[in-house]
Design a binder for this molecule. Structure first.
Ligand code: TMP
Length: 212
């Protein structure tokens, strides 16, 4: 796969949607299909990004500071990890990307879309995921799963209305870009979810080999 640009795949969803359960499995399934893949996350993915993640998840801060730090971590991540990997033909599987900023800061914290769209246009004008898997669950399911987590972070401790606004933005974005998003009903069993993902991986691998 070294003669084609790698695909950029992202996982999204509200906290408690269960996306993390599938990351190692996705990496394995891609490798089984002969794909060279790098798995990473946001906020984080670089030494400076992981330091910013610790601040973002645990330190109270103003919304503008939060939004800018998300993009600061992202800029470092895009320039040093994501873009070079895609360029050399490696696929990148990223646990969250800019859709999360639109959903959490834009929706959950009600910043709206304009400022986030400006930062996106500045910091990664030419980079969008090729596929985004949106793990969707209603509030009650997310809460139930989160209640089993100890040491919840700043976002996981947010009010129900924050979850609802975040989820609504995710669903809107998925509706507006059905070619990129695959919305997954994540209330179902792990096996049912993996069947959907597996079919989608076959399609993506086939599509990319068509582009070589
Ligand atoms: P994680 O728990 O899925 O690793 O994500 C960390 C938290 O950061 C999660 O609650 C969502 C939040 N987040 C944002 O609020 N905005 C962003 O742009 C990103 C990438 C994550």
């Amino acid at each position: 796969m070294s003669d084609a640009r790698g695909y950029f795949l992202t996982l999204e969803g509200v906290d408690g949607a269960g996306k993390s359960t599938h990351i190692e499995w996705l990496v394995h399934e891609l490798r089984v299909r002969g794909v060279d893949v790098l798995s990473t996350r946001e906020p984080g993915g670089t030494p400076v990004g992981e330091k910013l993640r610790a601040l973002l998840l645990h330190e109270p801060m103003h919304l503008e500071c939060e939004t800018l730090l998300m993009f600061a971590a992202r800029a470092e991540h895009v320039h040093t990890i994501i873009a070079p990997a895609l360029e050399r033909g490696t696929w990148v599987l990223c646990d969250r990307f800019t859709d999360a900023t639109f959903a959490y800061q834009g929706g959950g914290r009600a910043l709206g879309t304009d400022r986030i769209a400006s930062l996106e246009a500045w910091l990664h004008p030419a980079l969008q995921p090729d596929r985004t898997w949106l793990f969707d669950v209603p509030l009650a399911v997310a809460r139930d799963r989160l209640n089993r987590t100890r040491d919840q972070d700043r976002f996981e401790r947010e009010a129900d209305t924050f979850f609802e606004r975040t989820r609504a933005v995710y669903l809107d974005r998925a509706r507006l870009d059905p070619a990129r998003f695959l919305t997954i009903d994540a209330t179902r069993s792990i096996e049912a979810i993996r069947n959907d993902l597996s079919e989608d991986l076959d399609l993506l691998v086939q599509r990319q080999s068509g582009h070589r």
